[in-house]
Design a binder for this molecule. Structure first.
Ligand SMILES: *[C@@H]1O[C@H](CO)[C@@H](O)[C@H](O)[C@H]1NC(C)=O
Length: 135
């Protein structure tokens, strides 16, 4: 009897997970990512306070008048955005915290720290196509 109940409960949580997990895949956005060299401070969000190496600036599409500050994004390299043939490092994703604003004229939607960029792609590429979602 108890076993049957646990079975149903597992089915319910599996179903819930499937729906939530699919939703998070559907909600992933795509855009271009560039990078900038250290030092990663001062930043538009936090001034001289450092939040480490896994940080990024976002352009107007995500900046939302500074409300983007402190949000975390999981960023996945999808491919090159210029002639560099295979910049992605085998499916790696990076989770970065938004600390900066990438001003109008920003060539990407996300401006990653070079450190974060290097974990998902070869910096020689300069610019890559990425998929990202807030985490
Ligand atoms: C990326 O951010 C840095 C630091 O804010 C900035 O100097 C640089 O111009 C940005 N890169 C691009 C392509 O906009």
């Amino acid at each position: 009897m108890g076993g049957r109940y646990i079975g149903i409960e597992m089915k319910v949580s599996l179903t819930v997970c499937m729906i939530l997990c699919l939703t998070s895949i559907v909600h992933a956005d795509q855009g271009k990512a560039v990078f900038f060299e250290p030092p990663y401070t001062p930043s538009a969000c936090y001034g001289t306070q450092s939040y480490g190496n896994m940080v990024a600036g976002v352009s107007d599409a995500l900046w939302n008048n500074g409300r983007a500050c402190g949000k975390s994004y999981r960023v996945k390299c999808l491919g090159g955005a210029n002639e560099a043939p295979h910049p992605c490092k085998n499916g790696n994703t990076a989770v970065v915290k938004v600390v900066d604003y990438c001003k109008a004229g920003c060539q990407g939607i996300i401006n990653l720290s070079k450190y974060a960029f290097s974990t998902i792609a070869d910096p020689d590429a300069g610019i890559i196509q990425v998929e990202f979602n807030e985490v």
